[in-house]
Design a binder for this molecule. Structure first.
Ligand code: FAD
Length: 481
């Protein structure tokens, strides 16, 4: 059962007419205006099936001119628009709440120029992340982010959410790699910040507000990204620990021993691990079972160095009894098999039932306490499937999930929220580390940022989008009238 919060459609927005549809059909040739309800349906439902809109119109522009013409028309006619890329977002931001027009960026997908001297890729926003990665690898580079959804998410969606992913420890979140952006503003005008130079201290950096603001200020149409060099040496270790304290000790040891070669530090608890293995239909466990698992990846210009630091880590961690068992990937197949256990967790959770999904930044030492307290709190509900904790340990980023066997439950939601968000705010954490606020978390923004910041954000929204047509009801808690 697909749910969304109890909101009301604002009468501020016009209702779509046949005249509007005719305009878009004339603008976008060859079936790029979708009105058939069955064809609109997948664009209306989010990846984890937590919410469903009722849009009757999906527009699929191929050029920036078309994006401009669409927004100009929507702005003039007060039609609300929901930007959508790969629709893998996990906060309900990428699907309409009511009848907003869906602006799908998937066909804006020409891979642009790669500058071999600077390592900068300039590309259309609708390109799939994995395809871009394959492309830049030909030149000895990689994309600056990697995440489980890489085969479906688009680079424009990644920028709009300031995606983090698996290698923030090494390369930072996407913002640090974005050198330039081209953005279509809600009135259809073009903001050209598409510079591909690394240093540019000229006034206010206007591209920044569009990174991570989840499509409420403008449509990202082109992106220039700094791509790190491809390192030929890669190592991957997977270890079992009997307590979260041991996980933390192993992480600290990895920082010391692996130093500059470290590229990922991820953890999973027992229930996450078991769900993932079940989803992957693996009967052979790679290492002896325990309560926690930690995955450490190293990258270096030489294979010897990447592997040597990991081997030293494994030996020392075993000697010190931080880990109870472990394995080091010996070839590409093992490397992919181990990574799949971590990368397929989101799919495994969706297969387990309705998912209440949370994405917190917390002081690492307090991270797992929250999972334990949630588990305790959920004991009263017989329909709770699993309470799981995993995430980007090296970035202090916990993904906490509660699955419910028989679909959405209001009682469970009441028991989780706002309790969880208040818990995180008290620890001075973040209520959304990397997934964004979308539809589900906008009302908790003030807990994190305070009244003054919130007011400034609202003023920025008003400045860029005075008619409030872009991605309404999401990210910022404001009244639309
Ligand atoms: P969408 O989901 O389509 O859109 C996301 C938001 O951006 C929406 O609010 C949308 O309106 C807006 N938007 C989209 N395109 C544009 C545009 N061109 N201009 C303006 N606004 C736009 N996220 C992480 O950060 N780290 C992870 O490790 C991670 N792992 C994931 C693993 C799996 C299996 C899945 C399913 C998701 C994961 N995610 C992760 C979440 C998600 O993949 C990211 O948020 C991703 O960046 C979204 O990209 P998308 O193309 O799917 O965007």
């Amino acid at each position: 059962r697909v749910r969304h919060p109890k909101l009301r459609r604002s009468t501020h927005y016009a209702t779509l007419t046949d005249k509007d549809v005719s305009f878009f059909e004339r603008l976008l040739s060859s079936g790029r205006t979708i009105t058939n309800p069955d064809e609109c349906l997948p664009f209306n439902i989010d990846y984890i099936k937590s919410c469903q809109g009722q849009s009757q119109l999906v527009l699929r522009p191929k050029t920036v001119d078309e994006v401009q013409a669409i927004l100009r028309y929507c702005n003039e006619h007060q039609l609300a628009v929901c930007p959508q890329s790969g629709n893998t977002g996990l906060s309900g931001g990428s699907v309409p709440v009511f009848d907003e027009i869906i602006l799908s960026l998937r066909l804006l997908n020409s891979i642009g120029n790669f500058d071999e001297n600077s390592g900068v890729l300039t590309t259309d926003a609708g390109c799939v992340l994995e395809k871009l990665d394959t492309h830049v690898r030909q030149y000895g580079h990689i994309m600056p982010i990697d995440l489980g959804a890489k085969g479906s998410c688009l680079i424009g969606g990644n920028v709009a959410t300031n995606a983090g992913g698996l290698r923030v420890v090494r390369f930072g979140s996407l913002r640090s790699a974005v050198l330039g952006l081209e953005v279509v503003l809600p009135d259809g005008s073009l903001l050209d910040c598409l510079t591909s130079i690394r240093k540019d201290n000229t006034g206010i950096d206007l591209k920044q507000p569009f990174i991570g603001s989840e499509g409420i200020l403008g449509i990202v149409t082109r992106v220039a990204l700094a791509c790190p060099s491809l390192m030929s040496g890669v190592g991957l270790g997977f270890f079992a620990c009997s307590s979260f304290e041991q996980i933390l000790s192993t992480m600290r040891l990895a920082r010391k021993i692996c130093g500059e070669t470290l590229s990922a530090i991820e953890f999973l608890d027992e229930s996450t691990y078991n769900l993932s293995l079940k989803y992957l239909q693996r009967t052979n466990k790679p290492i002896e079972s325990n309560k926690f698992y930690i995955l450490i990846e190293t990258m270096s210009s030489t294979d010897e160095q990447a592997k040597a630091t990991l081997e030293k880590l494994a030996t020392t961690a075993l000697e010190k009894e931080f880990v109870t068992d472990g394995t080091l990937a010996q070839d590409l197949t093992q490397y992919k098999d181990i990574w799949a256990i971590r990368e397929r967790v989101s799919d495994a959770l969706v297969a387990d039932g309705y998912v209440f999904k949370y994405d917190f930044s917390l002081p690492t030492s307090r991270m797992y306490k929250l999972v334990e307290e949630t588990e305790e709190r959920m004991k009263q509900f017989s329909n709770v499937g699993n309470v799981t904790g995993f995430g980007h340990l090296g970035d202090q980023n916990l993904h906490l999930n509660v699955t419910v066997k028989d679909g959405y439950s209001d009682d469970i939601k009441q028991a989780l929220e706002p309790w969880l968000y208040e818990w995180v705010a008290k620890e001075h954490g973040s209520v959304s580390a990397e997934h964004g606020l979308g539809l589900h978390k906008s009302k908790y923004l003030e807990l994190n940022k305070g009244k003054h910041s919130l007011e400034l954000m609202k003023q920025m929204k008003h400045m860029f989008d005075p008619k409030c047509i872009l991605n309404p009801y999401k990210v910022l808690p404001y009244k639309i009238d």
